[in-house]
Design a protein around this ligand. Structure first.
Ligand code: BV8
Ligand code: ZN
Length: 249
């Protein structure tokens, strides 16, 4: 781990991509690890407009079950570490694929939610946004005042990501001098293109993951272990080093 302190301490513009793994220690099952009653479904089969059109009730039941887990979850040491790191760097852009809102709950301010937020609803007819607390779910898909059916305010497979948020995420990957990819299997695009863009620029990319991923071999370094343990160590190294300005080469 110490070999990488040098990479970290000289960085000033940091971009981080997080995935479901950073929320695992908060008790939220990872996307590909969703267990329990939903184990028989693949997320890719439920998180799609087609599944919603075919069976809105089933999709709503799945999201309400996940909202239950999200409502009980609190940010863990990994979320807190990134919120603290943001205060130390000149620029710190936190791009997340997660829809659980835990980075915002941890106090991170500059958060780009690529896939939306499970705590929000959107009307399929008029587009009006509301929060999960504004509806009472009785097993039937909730309905908007205009009569339209509500859907969860997330991006499904086959749907475009919010353009402004995605553009800002790519700009951050193009401008950073350190990229971290944390708790993601790096298989869902366009999010998975971000660490690869940084790597192609010759910028150091550090991966933090409990397992190997398709990205691990290409990363500048791949730190194996839980984000809740590793991230606080990285932030402590960053905070304790004298912040010399980057040597002009
Ligand atoms: C789009 C919101 C176009 C919903 C989600 C073939 C090839 C390439 C691409 C495609 C393809 N076929 C289709 C596509 C495109 C598709 C895609 O990438 N599919 C994949 C499956 C191949 N992408 C899309 O459809 C995107 N849209 O392309 O639109 C377009 C353009 C214009 C106009 C119209 C259309 C939309 C993608 C967004 C889908 N929505 N979520 C919801 O959440 O309900 S994605 C979903 O997967 C979640 O957001 C999740 O975060 C995300 C990625 O998963 P991960 O976060 O990586 O989670 P995972 O469980 O996989 O991994 C967890 C990792 O953590 C593991 O590695 C594990 O080891 C690690 N871990 C576990 N514990 C810890 C840990 N690490 C550290 N510490 C721990 N404690
Ligand atoms: Zn409406």
């Amino acid at each position: 781990m110490d070999d990488y302190v040098d990479i970290i301490v000289n960085s000033e513009n940091i971009c981080v991509l997080t995935g479901a793994g950073i929320s695992a220690e908060s008790g939220i099952p990872t996307f590909r690890g969703v267990g329990g009653m939903w184990a028989k479904y693949r997320p890719e089969d439920l998180a799609t407009p087609e599944a919603f059109a075919a069976n809105p009730r089933l999709v709503w039941e799945w999201y309400q079950a996940r909202r239950e887990a999200v409502s009980r979850a609190v940010p863990n040491a990994g979320h807190m570490a990134l919120a603290g790191w943001e205060k130390l760097a000149r620029s710190f852009v936190l791009v997340t694929q997660n829809v659980d809102g835990l980075h915002l709950a941890a106090g991170s301010r500059h958060v780009l939610e690529l896939h939306g937020n499970i705590r929000r609803n959107r009307c399929t007819a008029c587009g009006r946004e509301s929060t999960m607390d504004e509806i009472t779910f009785d097993g039937r898909p909730p309905v908007c005042g205009c009569g339209g059916m509500l859907r969860p305010g997330v991006v499904w497979f086959g749907e475009a990501l919010p353009e402004a948020v995605l553009n800002e995420a790519f700009a951050a990957a193009r401008e950073c001098d350190l990229f971290l990819t944390v708790g993601t299997s790096a298989v869902v695009y366009p999010a998975a293109a971000l660490p690869r863009l940084a790597l192609d620029r010759g910028v150091p990319v550090i991966e933090v993951n409990t397992e190997e991923t398709p990205f691990s071999a290409g990363a500048t370094c791949s730190l194996r272990g839980p984000a809740g343990e590793i991230l606080p160590q990285l932030v402590a190294a960053y905070a304790s080093a004298p912040h010399r300005s980057r040597q002009t080469s």
